[in-house]
Design a protein around this ligand. Structure first.
Ligand code: UDX
Length: 438
């Protein structure tokens, strides 16, 4: 998993300042240190910085904790901007860009980093890794020029890492995209990636910004597409799992992201697809396909609720177990998780909601404050009228479902990830519903 096999391969590294110690900043900082660079990571959250300094990692990401520990000589954490910039050659902007009230990405954190660079004339380049609208680089370039930093290069270096495999994706990527409008900056940022096992693709800044948004949109499109086909399979008696298998065997299409389910979530797809749609609207163009992709995804969660209503008659007074809360397995991330929509809808219908997840952090916000959390799937389904499998945690394959069925009030089971075998579940007495399977 590491990019180098021994210390003799480590070149004298560059000095890098990383702004933002979220998923992307921490993974970027740790991996750049692993490649031999000297990295200072800055965050505005004192508790996060305290934890990192004491050797704890505030997020769950396989391999990240070990990587931070073994690079502690080259990787430090601070709250202080000046300490971060002191001697830095390259600045990496890895702050978050959440949706704003207007639907555009909120770039205030990016701008606050850019403003803090005004006196940093020793810099060689500023690199934005945060996902930003196309055209942001040009505005940052203009701001740097206005601040007398015309000699400092600018690059867009979007990230394509998936949660749960971010370290692996960083060191062994399908591609490293570098958007730079001058050769020297492109060469510097390419050199920074020496040791990364993947092709480097250089393009102009705007194309790099667009490549990131387009990649995520196409991945989300594949999922929404197969989810729509799944709905049609339900209506026509076909089995979407067989359909997806056959479709995916065409090497021009591929198997990836053709798993039907309860819908996509996470920190990237929902935010980036909205941001791309908004970006198009701002140019006067309506992205029709992407709009449909988003709508299909929203409907997918609501359809699950409707299927339960069809079975139970009403959800008022029903006890429903949600199995899995995170937006996908292998992460503790709850951002835009389908489970949040399901919990909110079920509560609105008057249901009692019980949930289980092996990794989600205690959710203090609504709707979770109105639900109860349980230690095991078995205890979550106790006395339940229905269960929804929301996240395809492998643990759910190992549950003694015969026993679970026996403790439910009504064994109605919606498998939102097609994780379990329909014939087996039905033989255990479940009214078993899944996505696009007869
Ligand atoms: C994604 C992209 O994969 C990554 O390249 C980008 O940098 C960030 O966004 P991530 O959000 O970590 O990464 O999750 P991913 O594994 O892509 O899954 C996204 C969502 O789609 C999850 O909710 C997942 O359950 C769902 N999904 C994925 C499906 O429903 N079906 C599939 O076939 C694949």
């Amino acid at each position: 998993m590491t990019a180098r096999t021994d210390d003799s391969m480590v070149r004298p590294g560059l000095r890098i300042a990383v702004f933002g110690a979220g998923y992307i900043g921490l993974v970027t900082g740790a991996c750049l240190a692993e490649l031999g660079h000297r990295v200072v990571v800055r965050d505005i959250d004192p508790e996060k910085v305290r934890l990192l300094r004491s050797g704890d990692v505030p997020i769950y990401e396989p391999g990240l904790g070990d990587m931070i520990a073994r690079n502690k000589e080259r990787l430090t954490f601070t709250l202080d901007v000046q300490e971060t910039l002191n001697g830095a050659e390259v600045v990496y902007v890895c702050v978050d860009t959440p949706p704003s009230a207007s639907g555009d990405a909120d770039l205030s954190r990016v701008w606050s980093v850019v403003r803090s660079l005004e006196a940093a004339s020793h810099l060689r380049a500023v690199v934005v890794k945060s996902t930003v609208p196309v055209g942001t680089g040009a505005r940052v370039r203009a701001a740097l020029d206005a601040a007398g930093l015309g000699h400092v290069g600018y690059a867009a270096n979007p990230e394509f890492t998936a949660e749960g495999r971010a370290v692996e994706d960083f060191l062994h990527p399908d591609r490293v995209v570098i958007g730079a409008d001058d050769d020297a900056t492109a060469a510097l940022i390419s050199e920074l990636h020496t040791g990364v096992d993947g092709p480097v693709v250089v393009m102009d800044v705007r194309s790099a910004e667009m490549a990131k948004l387009a990649s995520n949109a196409l991945l989300a499109t594949k999922i929404s597409f197969i989810n729509e086909i799944a709905t049609l399979c339900e209506k026509t008696g076909a089995d979407v799992e067989d359909v997806a298998r056959a479709v995916g065997m065409d090497h021009r299409l591929g198997h990836h992201f053709l798993r039907p389910g309860i819908g996509w979530g996470g920190s990237c797809f929902p935010k980036d697809s909205e941001a791309l749609r908004q970006l198009a609207s701002n140019t006067g163009y309506h992205l029709q396909m992407l709009s449909a992709v988003i709508e299909v995804n929203n409907l997918q969660k609501r359809r699950a609720i409707q299927r339960l209503k069809d079975e139970l008659g009403t959800l008022a007074g029903a006890r429903v177990a949600l199995l899995g809360m995170t937006f996908k397995p292998g992460t503790d991330d709850m951002r835009e998780a389908p489970s949040t929509v399901l919990a909110g809808r079920l509560l609105a219908e008057g249901a009692e909601v019980r949930c289980w997840d092996p990794m989600a952090r205690p959710a203090e916000a609504e709707p979770w404050t109105w639900t109860t959390r349980h230690e095991s799937p078995r205890s979550a389904v106790e006395g339940a009228d229905a269960a929804i499998l929301v996240t395809d945690w492998p643990q759910l394959k190992e549950v003694d479902w015969a026993q679970a069925a026996s403790v439910m009030r009504r064994p109605v089971f919606f498998d939102g990830r097609n994780l379990l075998d329909p014939a087996v579940m039905r033989s255990l007495g479940f009214t078993y519903i899944s996505v696009g399977r007869p």
